[in-house]
Design a protein around this ligand. Structure first.
Ligand SMILES: CC(C)(COP(=O)(O)OP(=O)(O)OC[C@H]1O[C@@H](n2cnc3c(N)ncnc32)[C@H](O)[C@@H]1OP(=O)(O)O)[C@@H](O)C(=O)NCCC(=O)NCCSC(=O)C[C@H](O)C(=O)O
Ligand SMILES: [Mg+2]
Length: 299
């Protein structure tokens, strides 16, 4: 299981919130400046889809300079490289590994073998231990092999859904509620959680429709995603709010743990909180709520 596991209680101490994970084109210097001021949990400095071919080299330099600058506070900094087999991929991996972001995000990862090759390339390029690999799941092959991919290396600590590519590959229609995508989303979640890694939902493309974004964030949270990838600063606050535990959840988590500990101290075989039976697994979930709340407050 990954040392960064978001699933087991042992990992709560190293928990990093990923409620809001914002893409920005690394060729856009204004966006790189703006990102320093945003209350975002993580940034994906993009070299792939959002960057035109003639801007790829500049984007690569900008992304690496941003990582080295130390000007993004506690925001987790990642670089999305161009895809395996593209003309830019090898140079992107080499430059990103040398810059040492928190993670290198690789689009369209399709197999466990690709993960092993990516990790070997990162390590050959001198990636420090802190630089993890995040794999984008955006094809049927990847969804069907999600567990094997998620377990392929300790360096792989998160899946990122590429729901636009996935929709295209499935021949599915984009509809409210994402019914055609739900099987793929669930299989990806199952694979990630079985291996104990994080999993971040895909983007909401209509930057003006914040109600639609909020509804999709709620759906993602209910399914079990850690957070949502975003494309515009205006999407950060709604995602942060939806994926954070509410004040009531935090209060209940404290109350539940107290009730359980008091019952155990009194030698009772069972504990209850607000009329409901409390077991160890509920205490684990409550501890995760408190760890998430503490990690968000520490940002
Ligand atoms: C969508 C945009 C092109 C809109 O840009 P713009 O017209 O500049 O928006 P605004 O005028 O409203 O911007 C206001 C200020 O915010 C800054 N800004 C805009 N977007 C970002 C951003 N993503 N990160 C940081 N800062 C941003 C502007 O510079 C303005 O700043 P200022 O003037 O100083 O106030 C644009 O939002 C954009 O390019 N978004 C990112 C698009 C992207 O990265 N796409 C690729 C990722 S999604 C993907 O790949 C899908 C996946 O692979 C799949 O398969 O699903
Ligand atoms: Mg994609």
């Amino acid at each position: 299981m990954s040392v960064e596991s978001q699933a087991g209680p042992a990992a709560y101490g190293s928990f990093r919130p990923r409620r809001s994970v914002l893409y920005l084109p690394s060729s856009n210097e204004r966006a790189l400046e703006k990102a320093k001021t945003l209350p975002v949990d993580a940034l994906i400095l993009d070299l792939e889809d959002a960057v035109a071919p003639d801007a790829k080299a500049t984007a690569r330099e900008n992304a690496c300079a941003a990582v080295r600058s130390g000007e993004y506070g506690r925001t987790e900094l990642t670089i999305r490289v161009n895809g395996i087999g593209s003309e830019w991929h090898d140079a992107d991996i080499a430059a990103a590994a040398a810059a040492g972001p928190d993670a290198i995000v690789v689009p369209k990862v399709n197999s466990a073998e690709e993960v092993r090759q990516l990790v070997a390339a990162m390590e050959a390029a001198g990636a420090p231990d802190k630089t993890k690999l995040w794999a984008m799941i955006e094809t049927p092959d990847a969804v069907l092999d999600a567990r094997e991919i998620a377990s392929a290396s300790e360096r792989l600590t998160a899946f990122v859904l590429g729901t636009n590519d996935l929709n295209k590959e499935l021949g599915a229609e984009l509809v409210p509620g994402r019914q055609p995508l739900l099987t793929a989303l669930s299989l990806t979640l199952l694979g990630a959680r079985a291996a104990g890694i994080a999993v971040i939902d895909g983007v909401w493309m209509d930057v003006k429709d914040l109600d639609g974004l909020r509804a999709e964030c709620v759906q993602g949270r209910e399914m079990g995603f850690d957070g949502k990838t975003l494309i515009h600063p205006g999407q950060v606050e709604p995602a942060n709010e939806v994926f954070a535990p509410s004040a009531e959840q935090v209060e209940d988590a404290r109350g539940l743990i107290e009730a359980f500990e008091a019952a155990m101290a009194e030698g009772k075989g069972v504990a209850t909180y607000k009329g409901k039976l409390v077991e160890n697994l509920h205490v684990d979930t409550a501890k995760k709520v408190l760890a998430t709340d503490a990690a968000i407050r520490a940002l």
